[in-house]
Design a protein around this ligand. Structure first.
Ligand SMILES: Cc1cc2nc3c(=O)[nH]c(=O)nc-3n(C[C@H](O)[C@H](O)[C@H](O)COP(=O)(O)OP(=O)(O)OC[C@H]3O[C@@H](n4cnc5c(N)ncnc54)[C@H](O)[C@@H]3O)c2cc1C
Ligand SMILES: *[C@@H]1O[C@H](CO)[C@@H](O)[C@H](O)[C@H]1NC(C)=O
Ligand SMILES: *[C@@H]1O[C@H](CO)[C@@H](O)[C@H](O)[C@H]1NC(C)=O
Ligand SMILES: *[C@@H]1O[C@H](CO)[C@@H](O)[C@H](O)[C@H]1NC(C)=O
Ligand SMILES: *[C@@H]1O[C@H](CO)[C@@H](O)[C@H](O)[C@H]1NC(C)=O
Ligand SMILES: *[C@@H]1O[C@H](CO)[C@@H](O)[C@H](O)[C@H]1NC(C)=O
Ligand SMILES: *[C@@H]1O[C@H](CO)[C@@H](O)[C@H](O)[C@H]1NC(C)=O
Ligand SMILES: *[C@@H]1O[C@H](CO)[C@@H](O)[C@H](O)[C@H]1NC(C)=O
Length: 537
């Protein structure tokens, strides 16, 4: 069984310029381009060479720029509507000018940082739109003495981890596993990773921010006020403005950490392992993060039979002796032995998590790679609040085998997550939640039938899980974007529509987000299919 990873391709990307045939309905953008460029020219300095940052559909680099940060191939089909323009600012003032010109010209703006949105909301839209793509704004300034850093939104997590490591071997930052994630989307949407039980989410470590608001102003925390600052640390940036940068607080990490991976199938008592995992993983030492991956797999012992593979993949913020003292006592079902443990540095553990095995971990410079092998995929999320019984687990295995292909990732909460109040940031799924579930299906064919079947499979498993997960509302994680849980057309019903998905992502924090939105962007300029609505007029 292959673990679900985020392995960047190690080969340098070949920049092949593809001249793309555009269907006529998209092609009439020349006047938009001219008008937009005129506006930008008025709002910037001649020395900015502003025409260098705007790509029209007829530009020979348009497809390359559009797809460089397109991470889900589902949204790269010829029938997917393309943006009229892509604007790629090189400095903050370009972002200000882009917001004002989009508003002047009545153009719908989508904002993209790393492009990892599961539903492509940063680069697709049903209406005519343009993309503000901020991959050029990627500077990172680490102050090891103060244990802080300013990170521009277009930086990747890999770059952030690397720049911290350059300055200090005993600091890190709690954020996602996949190192090509963009800071702009990831941090504004929560930020969940392998140190979540020790330190909470990325948003629990944000000190300040710089954004461009709907009036084109650059605001820091003091200037924007505490309500808006609260909203952009978990409520999603895209509803409120353009995030330029965050100031973050670094966290201490030990010089040596321990990682391990243990795999079992049903005939190796995987059910006992999973059952016990549910009580141990969310309650054990906060320095121990044990992710559980579940997937249908071919049985090795019974020919032609399907089984369930269960893998525990873990990071411990300490050495293997300390780890074994915990697992021997609390989790003998795991059968963890010293030989199964790998002691490495924290930065090596970052590489291990994206798929480099013990013995093949490359130099930390690999974290600077932005290559990412995009596939076709769909994700969904849930929260488990009470452990699933053994009988129900056995029922679930049958359903997983029946559905086929779809994997479940169980991420433990507890630890620091249970100590932070649900209203501290917009992210509400803290105390009372044991496990965050991610449903995962990938495919590699363009064939629409394969895509349709995969979507049907993942939705079916989600439906089978209903009795075991949170209800009223059935919770979901914003960073695991899922448009099945509701969307808005941003028309007169936007509040009602927004409430449907809003309470799933934000629970009781939804209404406060709506108030902030109504105050800072009353005309709903910053919007997408799942943005925070304004209060009904
Ligand atoms: C392979 C993979 C692995 C992942 N692993 C994890 C994980 O370990 N933990 C986790 O928590 N999540 C994970 N995610 C989800 C990820 O956190 C979200 O998809 C996140 O939104 C990605 O940020 P981005 O900047 O790359 O995405 P984008 O697609 O650029 O943006 C996502 C959303 O944020 C908005 N946005 C982006 N930049 C800005 C900005 N500067 N200002 C305002 N709004 C902005 C976009 O408009 C869009 O709505 C993973 C996703 C993938 C594809
Ligand atoms: C703008 O273009 C001129 C002429 O090509 C060049 O000398 C200058 O460095 C450019 N300015 C910027 C900010 O790139
Ligand atoms: C494409 O756009 C870039 C950036 O605006 C510009 O530098 C380049 O000259 C354009 N190329 C063509 C062929 O239009
Ligand atoms: C998207 O499609 C374009 C044009 O067919 C292709 O050049 C590009 O490699 C594709 N990119 C991804 C990430 O699928
Ligand atoms: C753990 O170590 C034991 C003893 O060396 C070995 O038999 C087993 O295969 C290892 N398990 C894994 C998952 O590597
Ligand atoms: C599974 O559990 C049974 C009963 O506790 C035990 O006898 C058996 O050895 C276990 N099998 C494995 C592979 O651990
Ligand atoms: C990791 O690699 C080292 C060196 O090759 C080896 O001694 C050790 O057994 C490996 N650990 C695991 C868990 O495979
Ligand atoms: C929304 O409401 C306004 C004011 O009542 C009305 O003029 C407009 O037609 C409505 N729009 C839609 C799309 O229903």
């Amino acid at each position: 069984m292959k673990p679900l990873t985020c392995l960047p391709s190690l080969f340098a990307l070949l920049f092949i310029v593809v001249s793309h045939h555009l269907s006529p309905s998209w092609a009439a953008s020349d006047s938009v381009y001219d008008n937009f460029l005129q506006c930008l020219t008025r709002r910037t300095q001649p020395s900015d060479n502003i025409s260098d940052i705007v790509y029209s559909q007829s530009n020979s680099s348009f497809t390359n720029v559009l797809t460089s940060y397109l991470r889900n191939r589902r949204f790269n089909s010829s029938s997917t509507r393309k943006p009229l323009l892509i604007v790629t600012p090189k400095q903050e003032s370009h972002v200000q000018a882009t917001v004002l010109c989009s508003k002047d010209l009545g153009l719908h703006l989508k904002i993209r940082s790393g492009g990892h949105d599961y539903e492509g909301l940063s680069y697709i839209s049903d209406d005519a739109f343009i993309i503000l793509d901020i991959f050029n704004l990627r500077s990172i300034d680490v102050d090891a003495k103060e244990e802080t850093a300013w990170v521009q939104a277009g930086a990747t997590l890999g770059e952030l981890y690397y720049r911290i490591w350059e300055k200090s071997k005993v600091h890190g930052f709690p954020a996602g596993v996949c190192t090509t994630l963009g800071v702009g989307g990831h941090l504004s949407g929560g930020g969940y990773g392998t140190m979540v039980r020790k330190y909470g989410l990325s948003v629990d470590h944000i000190l300040d921010a710089r954004i461009v608001d709907v009036r084109g102003r650059i605001l820091d925390r003091k200037a924007m006020g505490e309500d808006l600052f609260w909203a952009i640390i978990g409520g999603g940036g895209a509803s409120f403005g353009v995030i330029l940068a965050y100031e973050i607080k670094l966290v201490p990490v030990p010089e040596t950490v321990t990682v391990f991976r243990i795999q079992k199938t049903l005939d190796q008592n995987a059910t006992d392992l999973v059952y016990k995992w549910q009580s141990v993983a969310p309650s054990t030492d906060p320095g121990l993060f044990m992710r559980l991956l579940l997937q249908p797999a071919a049985s090795k012992t019974e020919k032609g039979q399907q089984t369930i593979g269960a893998s525990v993949v873990a990071l411990f913020l300490g050495n293997s002796d300390q780890l074994l003292a915990i697992t021997d006592k609390e989790f003998p079902e795991l059968g963890l032995k010293k030989e199964n443990c790998t002691e490495i540095s924290w930065i090596e553990s970052v590489l291990w998590w994206i798929g480099f095995d013990n013995g093949t971990i490359p130099a930390p410079e690999t974290l600077l790679s932005r290559d990412y092998p995009a596939s076709f995929f769909k994700r969904k999320s849930d929260y488990i609040q009470t452990p699933i019984t053994k009988d129900n687990l056995e029922w679930l295995w049958k359903k997983m085998i029946e559905v086929g292909k779809v994997g479940l990732v169980f991420n433990p909460l507890g630890g620091r997550m249970s100590e932070i109040p649900a209203s501290a940031t917009p992210f509400p799924h803290r105390a009372g939640n044991l496990v965050k579930v991610q449903y995962s299906v990938n495919w590699n064919e363009e064939d629409p039938e394969v895509g349709k079947k995969s979507l049907e499979q993942i939705r079916r498993l989600y439906s089978y899980m209903t009795p075991f997960v949170s209800k009223n509302p059935r919770r979901a994680f914003l960073n695991y974007r899922d448009i099945d849980i509701g969307t808005t057309t941003n028309g007169n019903n936007s509040y009602k529509e927004g409430r449907v998905y809003g309470v799933k992502y934000f629970n009781d924090n939804f209404e406060r987000l709506v108030k902030v939105k109504t105050a800072v962007d009353p005309n709903n300029f910053f919007r997408n299919e799942q943005s925070i609505p304004t209060l009904p007029k």
